[in-house]
Design a protein around this ligand. Structure first.
Ligand code: SF4
Length: 225
């Protein structure tokens, strides 16, 4: 029926002297393709941030820096270890915990059946304080956002703070290390342990038995995850 009326209409147009008819093709709605979902890659993100910050000059520690020591290890770990700052070996290598204290830390991890590649290790400050002194409050304040960012990317389920500087900075408490060790904490919802810095254990061999007690607690928790 519709075909017939169209035909009649075309004949009418022809008789009226209209020879050509132009049809505008109907608009085709373009369907926008959704971009593929972005997969967050913590390793890539940390790599980008390390590059971004490696020339940081936010605090005076950059002046004596040989290499920036951001952090090393597995960005998808359940256990993150946090020390104080790079020493002379770390400053040379641009990696955390590579000197004698680092070697002891590797042994300590092995004792609880972990390797360095299974955990992530970082420090409160990323550049070496001169003469290995403790980082000053202003230096810690300036550098802390980098560590906080690392923790938020890695999302560990357990934190092990090595030494009083790391513990006092992150837990904002001014108590002796012995007192810190007596309990566990929650740092931004993450179960947090405090133990001796391996450099302190090298100076005081008698403390190793206490560090072993701490490590066993961490191991028990880690294995239950
Ligand atoms: S210690 Fe931290 S804040 Fe200071 S210069 Fe190094 S990276 Fe920057």
């Amino acid at each position: 029926m519709l075909q017939k009326s169209v035909k009649q209409y075309l004949e009418y147009l022809k008789l009226s002297g209209i020879q050509d008819i132009f049809f505008r093709p109907p608009k085709v709605k373009k369907i926008k393709k959704k971009p593929p979902p972005q997969i967050f890659d913590p390793a890539q993100k940390l790599k980008e941030l390390e590059e971004k910050y490696r020339n940081c000059k936010k605090c005076p520690l950059w002046e004596g820096r040989n290499k920036f020591c951001y952090g090393n290890g597995n960005p998808q770990t359940k256990l993150m270890l946090i020390g104080e700052g790079p020493g002379v070996d770390e400053d040379r290598a641009g990696k955390v915990f590579v000197g004698k204290a680092g070697q002891l830390l590797t042994k300590m991890l092995h004792a609880i059946k972990l390797t360095r590649d299974e955990v992530y290790i970082a420090n409160i400050v990323k550049c070496r304080p001169p003469e290995n002194r403790n980082p000053l409050p202003e230096e810690k304040k300036m550098c802390l956002p980098y560590l906080e960012e690392q923790i938020s990317i890695i999302k560990p389920q357990i934190l092990l703070l090595l030494g009083r500087v790391a513990a006092a900075t992150l837990l904002e408490m001014d108590i002796p290390l012995k007192a810190f060790r007596e309990q566990t904490y929650s740092y931004k919802g993450i179960k947090t342990y405090v133990s001796y810095h391996p450099a302190a254990l090298l100076r005081n061999i008698g403390w190793k038995k206490f560090a072993w007690i701490d490590l066993q607690k961490v191991q028990k928790d880690y294995q239950s995850l």
